[in-house]
Design a protein around this ligand. Sequence first.
Ligand code: FES
Ligand SMILES: [Fe+2]
Length: 345
Amino acid sequence: MFLRNAWYVAARDCDITHALRPARVLGERIVIYRSSDGNPVALEDACPHRKVPLSMGRLRGDDVECGYHGLVFNRSGRCTRVPAATVIPPNAKVRSYPVVSRHGLVWIWMGDPSQANADRIFAVEHEDDPAWGRDHGGEMTVDCNYLYLTDNLLDPSHVAWVHAGSFGNSACEDVPVQVTSLPNGLVAWRWMHDVEVAPFYAQFVRFRGRADRLQHYEVRYPSHAIIRAVFVPAGTGGHDKPLHADAMIMDSYNFLTPTDADHTRYFWFQARNFRPGDEQVNQMMDDGVRAVFEEDRAILAAVHQGLKNPETPNIDLASDRAPNLFRLRLKKLIAAEQAPSPAAG
Ligand code: FES
Ligand SMILES: [Fe+2]
């Protein structure tokens, strides 16, 4: 059900301190903390003795002491102390996960540790460009399977109904969505011409009057997205046209971490090509985007419940092409990962 050889976001950097914090990723219970050298540490959150969560214990320096009988584990998961015993059993250990701080987030590798390569963490464009700003971002838990969220992030059409009055307006109702395949995912996109700027973006555009608008919804395996909104003066936008000098661009980075089959942790932030470092804009983006994502949260919890035990069959629409293709390809990647290697016979 999950792709394991992949980086997922375990937490926001600001939430990981020198204290034990439990998390759940791909159904596994994990304890995370920051060691004194500033690097995050992630261990299996279950003592091998009686499976008490280590997050109920305490830190001893950079090691974790179980709160029941005092077994101590170092950051690689090896037991370094068994009180009142002279020998440490060889199987007194917990799993240790590769973790990296990047983009203000703590990323965890859930698969084969020997394949963990930090260069494969989702890249953020314009990160070092002084002309671009970034807001603080946010996080939430959505009560749905993560694939309903990847569906949603490959479906630009829903803004007309779920986000009418913010990201969407009636201009978003009828323009068909195009689909482009990438080696690492899919893009669902469309240009809408000579439209009114949707209310959320109208606060930020640098030109007056009507616009051409691009919705670029790109999701990469396993479940990370860049949702790009572009507004240019009407008559200047299009698939093969250079971007107008007054283009307003907002890139919303969305990272989905399956907690289990029924819940997903959702982490996000926005980058923009205007008013960098303007704290008022940061706040407007933070507040506005959270309100929009709360609308998605309500809809997606309803989808999850509705499709869990349907009384009648459901149907698909043309706009489901990208979501369904993404699911199919991800399923193949997961199957390939789980297939026994030829060497194993
Ligand atoms: S349960 Fe952890 S030391 Fe006994
Ligand atoms: Fe949405």
